[in-house]
Design a binder for this molecule. Structure first.
Ligand code: FAD
Ligand code: SF4
Ligand code: SF4
Length: 494
């Protein structure tokens, strides 16, 4: 288990050194001597038994110190790494000076959900990847902690009641429907409503927010944060109708032909779980990560006393996969009461697609990682309940198309792990409902909706974006697609 430094210790260290630095007179060399500010976090021994947020956020001293590490590079390579091109040096400069309102206003020119992105963006493969400081240190994790600063100023705005409701242009008399209330749909709704259109979001679930609410657990992204973002949209005049599945409750075409919508943006996400296709996946005690996380997040199934859909109690759990979804499933299983949780991944830690911070937190919480291992069969008892998995050991061979070294099975290396639940967490495919109910909607071989560079589908006045187009991607990419499609819709509705 990795060592944990307490939040109090981290805060005290920052308080001791803050007066040594004056942002306005620091030379680049002096900036390089400021220690990287670690994120304070709940004690792993405590947090593995609760659903509260793990990362606690910077203190004011910490955010200023971290912001002072930024070299304010003229060419700002970090901006190129951010899919929505936030003016990173400008917002960091304002944060270093303690001008948090100015800082958040700069971010909000490009991103409407910074409290979410600051928490969940895969920063080490985006803005931090291109940061000059990380490049000089030859370690991306030593880059300026851009997302942590972004999170601080977004939280500061919310906690200090500083959220302004953006001005909405005069009524255009045009109606736009949005399918899905995930980050992509919410971003498009924001831009379209700002332009003065009458915007209605249709959401299949009883709660809004898409994966940020039903997939990503509370301990990584508190749901109140997403709710506040949605409240802003409602205050701007966006209508939201839940428990409404476009395609089933109402046909897609009917929204235009019968309900008078002038355009539609489809942001239905990738909600169809992938399975391994191995023997035993239909046994009792096998959950897709989607089901497991949705039950836990949306139905509060971990509350065994009150929940109407309590989750299967298990002591030994195996999670298959190495991405963020797998980390979320494993850490949720631990919090639900599992004593032993294995993450089974067929490559090594280096190839894992999960965020480094999530892997670190999972290890701190006692999750066991079985690398170079893959399940070949799930075994059950006479009642059809899972009892164990048969696994095979792998070694790394030549790189495949993705550039990652291909895992090669080692003959005769089969072994058994006893478990009572397992969670295949291999990601998701496109949601098939719209494709199955709308013959004119062109999709590719994976079921993703095909769009042109403006986000337009094969159907007139119907646009699409986010995971339903990209396949399972990221929050910020889904937001970028929402913004792009909203601009195209604004153009045709002029
Ligand atoms: P979604 O968020 O999937 O939202 C789509 C919405 O549309 C859903 O609410 C759905 O109910 C609704 N819907 C679907 N069909 C219909 C219909 N026919 N009618 C009405 N409503 C419909 N990304 C990161 O950047 N960082 C992370 O740490 C991260 N962790 C993740 C963890 C998990 C467990 C998962 C599953 C994903 C994670 N992602 C992460 C990916 C990220 O959440 C998605 O890329 C992003 O949410 C996609 O946004 P979206 O708006 O396209 O779709
Ligand atoms: Fe970095 Fe994401 Fe913020 Fe862009 S939105 S600056 S990629 S954390
Ligand atoms: Fe600051 Fe890094 Fe961006 Fe340079 S590249 S401006 S150091 S965040």
């Amino acid at each position: 288990m990795e060592q944990h430094i307490s939040a109090e210790e981290i805060a005290a260290q920052a308080a001791t050194i803050i007066n040594q630095y004056n942002h306005e007179s620091l030379t680049p060399k002096e900036r390089r001597t400021i220690p990287l500010q670690e994120m304070p976090a709940q004690d792993p021994q405590v947090r593995r038994n609760n659903m509260e947020e793990v990362a606690l956020g910077y203190t004011e001293n910490q955010v200023k110190l971290e912001a002072m590490r930024c070299l304010q590079c003229k060419n700002a390579p970090c901006i190129k790494g951010c899919p929505v091109a936030i003016d990173i040096p400008a917002f960091i400069n304002a944060a270093a000076l303690g001008n948090f309102k100015e800082s958040i206003n700069i971010i909000k020119e490009s991103s409407s959900l910074p409290a979410i992105c600051g928490r969940v963006c895969p920063q080490e493969s985006q803005c931090m990847l291109t940061c000059t400081v990380g490049k000089a240190e030859k370690d991306v994790m030593k880059s300026v902690q851009i997302g942590r600063i972004e999170r601080y100023v977004a939280d500061w705005e919310r906690e200090n009641n500083q959220i302004n409701i953006p001005e909405v242009a005069a009524d255009t008399g045009k109606k736009v429907a949005i399918v899905g209330s995930g980050p992509s749909g919410l971003t498009a709704a924001f831009d379209l409503r700002k332009a003065g259109h009458d915007v209605t979001i249709y959401e299949a679930f009883h709660k809004n927010g898409g994966v940020t609410v039903y997939g990503i657990p509370e301990f990584r992204l508190p749901k109140t944060i997403v709710e506040v973002e949605i409240e802003t949209l409602v205050k701007m005049g966006v209508k939201i109708i839940t428990n409404f599945m476009v395609g089933k409750t109402r046909k897609l075409k009917d929204l235009i032909e019968k309900d008078g919508f002038d355009a539609i943006y489809i942001a239905a996400g990738a909600g169809l779980p992938k399975f391994m296709g191995i023997e035993g996946e239909n046994l009792v005690g096998v959950f897709s990560a989607n089901e497991y996380l949705t039950r836990s997040n949306l139905m509060k199934a971990y509350d065994f006393e009150k929940a109407r859909t309590p989750i299967y109690k298990s002591k030994k759990v195996a999670v298959f996969g190495g991405g963020n979804v797998a980390m979320d499933a494993a850490r949720t299983a631990k919090r639900i009461g599992a004593e032993e949780v294995h993450v089974i991944y067929r490559r090594t830690e280096k190839e894992m697609p999960a965020r480094v911070e999530e892997v670190h937190h999972a290890k701190e919480e006692g999750i066991i990682f079985d690398f170079l291992t893959s399940p070949v069969k799930i075994l059950g008892d006479e009642k059809g309940r899972v009892t164990s998995i048969e696994c095979l050991k792998f070694e790394l061979g030549e790189p495949d198309d993705s550039g990652r070294r291909r895992p090669v099975p080692i003959k005769g290396s089969e072994f058994i792990i006893e478990i009572d639940a397992c969670i295949p967490s291999l990601g998701n495919n496109a949601n098939p409902v719209l494709k199955n109910t709308t013959a004119e909607l062109e999709v590719n071989k994976w079921g993703n909706i095909v769009v042109d560079e403006k986000g337009k589908t094969s159907m007139d006045r119907i646009y699409a974006g986010g995971d339903i187009v990209l396949g399972a991607a990221t929050v910020i990419l889904a937001m970028g697609e929402g913004r792009n499609a909203a601009a195209s819709i604004n153009e045709i509705l002029k």
